[in-house]
Every structure is written in C-alpha cells, then in structure tokens.
Write a new protein. Structure first.
Ligand code: PEP
Length: 236
C-alpha cells in the first residue's frame, strides 16, 4: 500500500522543510509514503527526509537528459538530487500543458532508464464518463503505456478520474474498484486511486481489492490530514 502526496504548485523550500520535519514526527502507520514537492523544493524535502523511509518524487521529468527545453528538468537531474521517482502524465499536465499518451510514454521510459520509480496517471473526464467512455479511455491511456514501456517493477499507475480531482467529488469505492480492474487487465501493475481522497474516505477506498494506495492532492498539504490518510490506509 503506497500513499503519495502531490503538492502541485504549493510549498516553497522553507515550507517544504517545515512540512517534512512534521511528517518525520507524525504517525504514518505502516504504509509506504512518498511526497511530490515542486522542483524548487525537492532538495529541501530530500534533505529533511534523509534517514527516513519516506521517499521524495518529482512531479514530471523530460525525456531528454539535457537540451533546449526551457522549463523542463530531466531524470538524471532528479537523480542527482536524491529523488526516488516521479509522477508522469498527471491530468493537470495533460489538460493544461499538452501532455499526450505519447509524451507520457517518453517521460516514463526516460525516468525508468535512470532508475526512477514512476507513478503514471490516467483517468477520464466528466464528459467522457457521462458518454459511457470510461473503459475506452482507460484502455487507450493504459494501453499506450503497456505498449510503449518494457516490463518493470518500478512502474505504478494512478487512476485519477479528472472530475474528482480537487472537486470534493470522490469516486465511490465501487467505481474505483471497477476502473482499477480495467487498468490491471491491460497492465498488471499496482494502481493508486486519486481524486479528493480525504481522511474520512481513505480507509474505504483503499480497502477495495484492486486499490493499492492513493495519490492525494489537497489533503496532502497538511501534515495531520496526510498522516491520518496514511494511518487509515494502513488498516486496509
Ligand atoms: C491530485 O492532484 O493528484 C489529486 C488527486 O488531487 P485532490 O486529492 O486534491 O483531488
């Protein structure tokens, strides 16, 4: 069971170090835990969490190692900082920054080749769900990863229905289970659920048989709330 906190564009280095000091002292149960700070706060998080079991992940990484790619960072750069893995293909990247199934595969392969773990995100929009296309969208998104990435133990998927991200609308445990089963039928790797996971729904969501953890956005920004989610998931 893995609980990952996606900080998005929150917490500069000072706030990140404060949070990580708090997390070190918190009761996070028995789950594996990672945090995904913005790039500028990665070093502070790695330093503050050194000598702990809590990992630090980036939020994306480019497929080239160096080059004229303003605003991007590469897998070797993340490794140099002591970062353990990275998110790839978050729906905000897909929707706001032109990420596609093809670039998700490129980024995933570059990260894996450099020894980073990858949490690759997939999920349908509200209109796709309403149109009955959830399964087709998941098969397309996960299928692209299955076709383009060699088998590895370092790959994790996150099923994040776009309509549930930051909206307070959570998929029911049954909806999450159904979607996770579809993802796993295409690519047999652990699948995290993401989309308005909170302390009061973490236990039920993570108790579903094909839910292997959670990717948490808003509720990961507060130590007590994030630690409570970790403890709740530990009971599953
Ligand atoms: C996310 O950013 O991946 C996410 C799931 O956000 P939230 O938990 O705020 O919905």
């Amino acid at each position: 069971m893995l609980i990952a906190g996606n900080w998005k564009m929150f917490k500069g280095p000072e706030e990140a170090a404060d949070f990580c000091r708090g997390l070190r002292e918190a009761d996070i149960g028995t789950v594996d835990v990672v945090v995904c700070p913005p790039y500028v706060s990665l070093a502070a998080a790695v330093q503050t969490l050194s000598m702990t079991e809590i990992g630090v992940f980036g939020q994306s990484c480019h497929w080239e190692e160096t080059g004229a790619f303003t605003g991007e960072v590469s897998a070797p750069m993340l490794r140099e900082l002591g970062v353990y893995g990275t998110l790839v293909g978050h729906s905000e990247r897909r929707q706001l920054f032109g990420e596609t199934d093809e670039t998700v595969v490129l980024r995933t392969n570059a990260a894996l080749a450099r020894g980073l773990q990858v949490i690759a995100c997939v999920g349908e929009t509200a209109s796709e769900r309403e149109a009955g296309q959830t399964e087709a969208v998941l098969r397309r998104q996960v299928g692209a990863i299955a076709a383009g990435v060699a088998e590895t133990d370092d790959l994790i998927l996150a099923y994040e229905p776009v309509w549930a991200i930051g909206t307070g609308k959570t998929a029911t445990p049954e909806m999450a289970q159904e979607a996770h089963a579809i993802c796993k039928s295409v690519l047999d790797v652990p699948v995290l659920y993401g989309g308005s996971v909170k302390p009061d729904n973490a236990a039920e969501l993570s108790s579903q048989p094909d839910v292997d953890g959670a990717l948490v956005g808003g509720a990961s920004l507060d130590v007590e709330s994030f630690a409570t989610i970790c403890r709740e998931a530990s009971h599953s």
